[in-house]
Design a protein around this ligand. Structure first.
Ligand SMILES: *[C@@H]1O[C@H](CO)[C@@H](O)[C@H](O)[C@H]1NC(C)=O
Length: 402
């Protein structure tokens, strides 16, 4: 499929999705999120940002007692003792495993040992206006508290402590602790996101993440294409699944472009994630390496000359050229022309991109440095060459009169 066809396909998919979006908006799903203003202690009402329900939840889970299900056994490797602990009940501490599963509604209380502690937690909690997140610093530890937890609080929680002595804190000596915490909610198998669909760039040679994050490590997650409707094979090599991140496409190809979504099923409930609009981009492997040369390094006033900037690179990778030249300040009007052709070079098909700057009837002001900047998605490289302008010879006048 060529890029034009892809673009057309992408646009039509976009229209379809937008149309679908508007239909979906009638029962205001995306806005429902911030409606729950009044405090609802221990109520299992998750925000509904996205995630089309294919099948409604059967029953609410038993409320009350926190059910703690560490999914990974605590590692007993010779690591320094983690500075992160969890308060299970008053006075009862638990070493936090790599990943921990709680139920939405539970209270999460973490403690981080140290005098100068910083925390990192899911971005969703950062924008939270209901004050469900509280952080308190004490002399020898810091406390992070999440009350009335929600599926959306699922993610990585980590802390650092800095070694401070005599009011001097050393950055290098920091110690860390981290844990991935799932807040399961039978009605919210995916961590809700703001957007109904997300545009994802598939770049040549760059792994791509489809961040459909589940709220339970036990959910069975599959990847699907919207048009034509089909399941995408996940072989663990080209595409793999990570329960803490989502699907990773390790070697993007143009054929993956289009609309994809994840589907999760758990205990008879099936839900789909945000839709991902995958757009394939021919991504250059490196910055352009231009060369520049003038048709003559020395010209006489009145003569024409040109400066050519050339880049050999991967096919279908756009290169943009910009010029700086001596006559620029006084608005000399040189003009440039660009072209790109495929060329065979050293047994390889390469794209030869070129920009030619034409200077007609050179003047003294045109003497100096001609600088070409070539830019692609990886960056910009600048090269220059010098042109000297000599006074006009009397010869042409003699020729004209003769
Ligand atoms: C650049 O200028 C030289 C000298 O005037 C001329 O021979 C040549 O054809 C020009 N190149 C292009 C690409 O126009």
């Amino acid at each position: 499929m060529n890029s034009k066809a892809l673009a057309v396909l992408g646009c039509s998919l976009l229209l379809l999705i937008l149309a679908e979006c508007q239909e979906k908006e009638k029962p205001p799903k995306a806005t429902e999120k911030k409606v729950t203003k009044e405090p609802k202690p221990n109520k299992l009402k998750p925000p509904k940002a996205t995630g089309e329900k294919l099948h409604q939840a059967v029953a609410k889970p038993p409320k009350g007692k926190a059910r703690v299900k560490p999914t990974a056994p605590p590692r007993q490797v010779h690591q320094p003792a983690s500075i992160l602990t969890r308060v299970v009940t008053r006075g009862q501490f638990q070493k936090v495993p790599d990943s921990l599963t709680l139920t939405a509604g539970d209270t999460l209380e973490l403690r981080c040992r140290g005098r100068s502690v910083r925390w990192r937690f899911p971005a969703y909690l950062e924008d939270e206006e209901e004050g469900r997140l509280r952080i308190k610093h004490f002399e020898r530890h810091s406390q992070l508290l999440v009350v009335n937890s929600r599926a959306a609080d699922t993610g990585e929680y980590s802390c650092w402590s800095f070694q401070c002595r005599d009011s001097e804190c050393q950055d290098g000596e920091d110690r860390t602790g981290k844990a991935f915490i799932f807040f399961t909610d039978p009605q919210e198998l995916f961590v809700p996101t703001e957007d109904y669909y997300e545009v994802v760039q598939l770049r040549t040679n760059h792994p791509t993440l489809l961040p459909c994050q589940v709220t339970s490590p036990l959910a069975k997650v599959t990847l699907h294409r919207e048009f034509p409707p089909e399941e995408v094979a996940v072989d663990g090599i080209d595409i793999s699944y990570d329960v803490k991140r989502g699907f990773v496409i390790h070697r993007p190809r143009p054929s993956y472009a289009g609309s994809l979504f994840c589907m999760a099923s758990l205990a008879g409930v099936r839900q789909i994630s945000t839709k991902y609009m995958l757009i394939y981009i021919n991504y250059p492997s490196s910055v352009p390496k231009p060369t520049v040369s003038a048709s003559a390094t020395t010209v006489r006033a009145g003569e024409n000359f040109n400066v050519t900037c050339t880049v050999f690179g991967e096919p279908e990778v756009a290169v943009d050229f910009t010029w700086e030249y001596p006559g620029q300040q006084i608005g000399r009007p040189p003009y440039s022309r660009e072209r790109a052709d495929l060329a065979r070079r050293g047994g390889q098909v390469q794209q030869e991109s070129e920009s030619i700057l034409y200077i007609d009837e050179a003047r003294a002001i045109d003497e100096g440095l001609y600088t070409c900047s070539a830019m692609n998605l990886q960056g910009t490289t600048t090269v220059s060459t010098r042109v000297q302008v000599l006074p006009a010879t009397p010869a042409p006048r003699a020729a004209r009169s003769g």
